[in-house]
Design a binder for this molecule. Sequence first.
Ligand code: ADP
Length: 499
Amino acid sequence: MRIIHIAAEFAPIAKAGGRGEVVTGLCRQLSLQHEEVEIIIPKYGFIPDHLLQNLTKEKFEFPCLEASRFHANTMWSAKVENCQLHLLETDHPSGYFQRPQIYGYPDDLAKFLYFSKAALEYLKLRGEKIDILHLHEWHTALCAPLVKEEMAQQLQVRSVIFTIHNLEYQGKCVPKDLDSLGIPGKKYLQPSRLLDNVHADTLNLLKGAIVYSDAITTVSPTYAQEILTPHFGCHLQQTLLQNKQKLQGILNGIDQKLWDPSKDPSIKAHFSADDSLMQIEQAKTANKMVLAKKFGLDMAKRPWIGAVTRLVPQKGPELLEEALHYTIQSEGVFLLLGSSPIDSIQEHFEALKKRYKDHPQVLIQLDYDEPLAHQIYAALDFTLIPSHFEPCGLTQLISMRYGTIPIVRSTGGLKDTVLDYDDYKVPNASRNGFTFSNPKELQAVLQRAFALQKKDLDSFHSLMKRAMQRDSSWKKPAAAYRQLYLTHVPEARQPLYSI
Ligand code: ADP
């Protein structure tokens, strides 16, 4: 099968959150299963060339129209994480990809519309048959209607698969934004096409991908159900219900190489699920010591609990703050590594940081810091994920691999991956954390979790071991995606490789 992914992110070279990790994890596992996988992303100026193995300019240089002008584009190819990458460089005067970050600019919409169109122009030039075109998020959603309508004659794409990583972000624009790219925008202003379900005269890119793709996936089975309801559907539940037969939830995995406490270069003391509980405990204590020294935290206090997260309403920042206060009262240490694209939230947490400056039980770091994230996962006893909704969530999976017990709101992928220590309806061996449903239950769940560590260390340790043993690799998810691809390209079915 020839499989081409188009995405805005690819970890670790271009990652802003979970979705970049997912694209990489899935593509790498599919490559290991001997599938021909290629990924198209923008050639961001912040990616140093030395991270791109065998970087070469492809023979394709091609124009792409925007605002009555043609702009020149060049495609580069490189290997990253064993995957074949194509990186789109453009001489567009706005310097779309020449910024320090992937998102957060007023022209993000125009930038990703341009990227989507240019990526397809490139595939058109290549002129090859593509079995699966796999798109991710609103950033590349425009490709679905373009493949099916505008470029249907010029591209040979068997099937378009679209993955919703988070339904909240939909990408809305007006017809003239498409006109600008030479696409008749008004044509799509219809309920059965891209017309937004709420706002008149508005095009909704995510809706377009739902309507036009041959299959839609989202990143956990529970979220796939939840988004069909008004509470979680972000006004697209009707469109999703109409396309329900195309929708399935496939749980994400995590990158076992990037998140490996036995080899992680960012952490001081290494450990793995095969070690004895004493070795694990010793290593985690040594990792606590590093942070205690660096940030003046109190080594004698327990538990160490924290979160590594984007600070957006979805993630329950008010509940994180409540937990911080509760932890201080409970003689624990609270560590928060987060950053917010929303000024009011960032300012609120800046004030909190100031208030707790030099407090031996609190660390608040308000930036994006990959090595520190690894050090925090390796040091914590508990991680708190109080999301109001969570399509899948990676931080609970990462935490478990680092022997850190997740305490989560039971929603979406959190519900599918974390089973409560006290839930007698599920086998003991499957219980791997603590869960709560209602925000009012936050303190009660923290109390239960903290009490286990304090009063029954043996049981806490067995829970830790169980969490570490969870298989969160990409093997099963990639096999599920491959199965989905095969339903669209049945002749590619071959004797199964060992997966
Ligand atoms: P989302 O994609 O919604 O932000 P996920 O749980 O799916 O949430 O993935 C978050 C990923 O981003 C994890 O790998 C997490 O460690 C990382 N991350 C989030 N915030 C930060 C931060 N401030 N610094 C470093 N890594 C972060």
